[in-house]
Design a protein around this ligand. Structure first.
Ligand code: UD1
Length: 423
């Protein structure tokens, strides 16, 4: 297992390029099951989670080849309709094969994901969605076992807006007989990207990007190519790095991003005192002279993303006052808090609300990351801390950030990856 060793205090400046969005790739890849054939997905990030999805697709009969961000998938010979536990336990997004397998082949056996580092992660909405589309769904031996001759269009109103359930129902409903109307559907850009991809494969979808999506089922789809949208969470993470550790008289330029997907994050950065310049595909940030405390409450898109909550907390740890950070999407996504406190932060938690009393400085320490975004927050804090920070178990970061240490070194950070069993 690798670790990162960071010498804090280097002031960052320069340009960093954003990779393709992990969460968009993880939705586009299983969609290729829906129409047997060959696909080329460009701008696909080289990440552990993408590799896990590739292995899962291979295990059901696809071939994949990922070379220089071009991911080729051949889904012509899908013969196995199962996502086994060994894949799903590594990555919950494996459940995304449920909808397309059921929609295209009328059956699917998908392991239940279980919990994750910060608590239970239910899939009841995915199951309910499939049932509403007419599937016979049972839970058996830790697996979702679903069957249907042909799915039928239905009206589906989600109690909670869920990215994964919306994506799964979309992929199932495009080949159903009749029209499906999904209400309280997720509006995240990654879902919009998936819907756009399905349309390019011949699907009929209306209301893309809104909370009511209407899908007219078609008999058949065809393969298509796609370019993966930029990763808004990676972009947001680099912008926070610029706010936290940027050189005062210089800028950190985050390029190949989509500023339109970053609205809530950009607003909060401005509230914190950062100066921003946005173009079509870049944002430049000049750090605040004094980081102002800014409260954040996570929400579904276009609100502040839960996937940026931990990074925001790292920034607020050095603010000039007290801020309140509330996570309404995942109530217990706070495993980074004790680790940030080991770096000198002053954060207390009550239920899903963190109170962050800003400190003048953080000091380097050994810290352990327990999930992807928690790791990102610890790296950010380490960049700003005095002295040496070691972030252990960086395999979490490799799930969702492509060569983050190389990109940060390009901005002038002193961060090294060290390999070794003991980390
Ligand atoms: C996706 C993202 C993840 C992000 C999350 C919220 C991917 C691969 N992952 O995860 O990075 O943090 O959106 O933006 O795209 N829920 C239920 N029942 C369900 C499903 C979800 O109650 O069947 C609840 C969850 O517990 C959570 C909320 O709905 O409170 C939102 O979760 P959801 O949008 O489904 O997250 P994911 O799709 O798993």
């Amino acid at each position: 297992m690798d670790k990162f060793v960071i010498q804090g205090g280097r002031r960052l400046a320069g340009t960093v390029h954003v990779s393709g969005a992990k969460n968009a790739s993880l939705a586009l890849m299983p969609a290729t099951i829906l129409a047997p054939g060959r696909y080329a997905l460009s701008n696909t990030p080289v990440l552990r989670d993408v590799a896990t999805m590739s292995r899962l697709l291979e295990s059901i009969g696809c071939t994949t080849e990922h070379d220089d961000h071009l991911l080729k998938i051949d889904s012509s010979h899908v013969t196995i309709f199962e996502a086994p536990y060994e894949h799903v336990k590594k990555m919950r997004a494996s459940v995304y094969v449920l909808g397309p397998l059921l929609g295209r082949y009328g059956r699917a056996r998908v392991s239940l994901p279980g919990g994750c580092a910060w608590g239970p992660r239910p899939v009841n909405l995915h199951i309910e969605g499939m049932r509403r589309l007419g599937a016979d769904v049972e839970l058996d031996g830790g697996y979702i076992v679903a069957k249907a001759k042909r799915l039928k269009g239905a009206r589906i109103l989600f109690d909670v807006s869920s990215v994964g359930a919306t994506g799964n129902v979309l992929m199932a409903a495009v080949l159903a007989k009749g029209t499906t109307v999904m209400e309280n559907a997720a509006m995240e850009p990654e879902i919009t990207a998936l819907a756009g991809f399905l349309v390019s494969m011949g699907a009929k979808i209306h209301g893309i990007g809104s909370s009511t999506i209407e899908i007219e089922g078609v008999d058949e789809l065809h393969p298509a190519d796609a370019a993966t949208i930029p990763d808004r969470i990676e972009a947001g993470t680099f912008l926070v790095a610029g706010a936290l550790a940027g050189a005062q008289d210089k800028t950190v330029r985050v390029e190949r991003c989509n500023p339109r997907h970053l609205g809530a994050i950009l607003n909060k950065l401005e509230d914190a005192g950062a100066r921003l310049t946005c173009g079509e595909d870049f944002v430049e940030i000049q750090p605040p002279e004094i980081i102002r405390p800014v409260n954040v409450t996570t929400a579904v898109y276009s609100g502040f993303p839960t996937d940026m909550q931990a990074q925001w907390m790292a920034l607020m740890s050095l603010a000039s006052g007290t801020s309140i950070i509330t996570d309404t999407i995942y109530f217990d996504r706070f495993t980074h808090v004790p680790e940030l406190n080991r770096l000198g932060a002053n954060i207390t938690i009550k239920e899903n609300v963190a109170t962050v009393i800003g400190r003048k400085e953080l000091t380097g320490a050994k810290v352990m990351s327990t999930d992807l975004r928690a790791s990102a927050s610890l790296i950010l804090a380490g960049l700003a801390a005095r002295g040496t920070t070691e972030v252990l178990r960086v395999y979490h970061i490799d799930r969702g950030y492509e060569r983050i240490e190389v990109k940060l070194r390009g901005l002038g950070a002193d961060i090294k990856r060290m390999s070794g069993e003991e980390f």
